[in-house]
Design a protein around this ligand. Structure first.
Ligand code: SIN
Ligand code: MN
Length: 291
């Protein structure tokens, strides 16, 4: 799949591209069938909501779950990202299966992902990309992702480290700047957008695009996979966060065939028998050499 010039221009202008129904129902089912077992595990890689047992984020499933390992190498997901980075090799910086479960899914405050990658992981530049893949239908009621179109043009924004609002710390953007960015993007006419669509839809979005989502008070889960791919030349410089959150293996992603969610393509599962103790070791120091 090659992006057209129109898509490249839209990405440059808006900071995101939406592909409704890109993955078909049988492909999505291979992934959704795995989710209850992943969420049931009592492990550090399952971060639960603040006041409930519901999983907010499952991390690093691509290292211990076969269908997710295949998704992490899917050409329909990897190749467009690679094209946006002039075909540079990419590695997986972060891999999340966010629950946003019915009645329980909590908010994600306004933020840029690059804020966290820069401040916590010392990722040198914004040369990394987010991909969201819906495993459930996303509608206006179950907490869709919201974007401020064009906000990526602001580059990295100074952020505050919010350690209290939700169960997961985030470098967030203050309300005054959000209001100004929304106004600049068109105010009530398109200043905030939220791509919605069937399970299997995919969004690519710039690491500096400002985004958020509200809580899910609906009776419908909103499970989505978030993959963050980083140019190998832009890999992180310190391991302040555990390895299941910010990966330390900078090996370029090698794509599998397009039918890899249907066929049983063999994949390596390095954490199949458990997460290594080293994945929990963190450091406040520059660790480039150790990588
Ligand atoms: C994120 O911003 O990383 C997740 C947002 C969401 O799941 O709605
Ligand atoms: Mn984010």
């Amino acid at each position: 799949m090659r992006l057209t010039q129109t898509q490249l221009d839209a990405f440059d202008r808006e900071g995101y591209l939406f592909f409704p129904g890109l993955f078909k129902p049988d492909e999505v089912k291979t992934l959704t069938d795995e989710v209850p077992a992943l969420y049931a595990r009592r492990e550090a890689f399952n971060v639960r909501e603040k006041d409930s047992d519901a999983v907010r984020t499952n991390f690093a499933a691509h290292l211990y779950s076969e269908p997710f390992a295949r998704l992490a190498r899917h050409p329909r997901m990897v190749l467009p990202v690679q094209q946006l980075f002039d075909d540079e090799p990419l590695y997986m910086h972060q891999f999340k299966v966010n629950g946003k479960m019915a009645f329980e899914g909590d908010v994600w405050q306004w933020h840029q992902d690059y804020g966290t990658w820069k401040n916590d992981d010392w990722m040198p530049t914004e040369r990394a990309m987010n991909v969201a893949i819906f495993l459930d239908d996303v509608n206006e009621f179950n907490g869709p992702l919201m974007f401020i179109p064009g906000s990526h043009k602001k580059g990295g924004i100074d952020a505050q480290h919010d350690l209290t609002t939700t169960s997961y710390p985030l470098w967030t953007v203050d309300n005054e700047l959000i209001a100004a960015l929304v106004e600049r993007a068109g105010g009530k006419q398109g200043g905030i957008v939220s791509p919605k669509g069937p399970a299997g839809s995919m969004i690519l979005f710039h690491s500096c695009l400002v985004h958020a989502s509200t809580s899910n008070l609906s009776p419908w889960n909103r499970v989505s996979v978030y993959l963050s791919l980083c140019a190998v030349s832009n890999h992180i410089q310190r391991f302040k966060r555990p390895e299941f959150i910010a990966h330390r293996d900078f090996t370029p992603i090698d794509c599998l065939p397009d039918d890899c969610l249907r066929e049983r393509c063999p994949v390596d599962l390095p954490w199949k028998d458990g997460m290594p103790a080293s994945a929990l070791v963190t450091s406040a120091e520059h660790v480039k050499e150790a990588a």
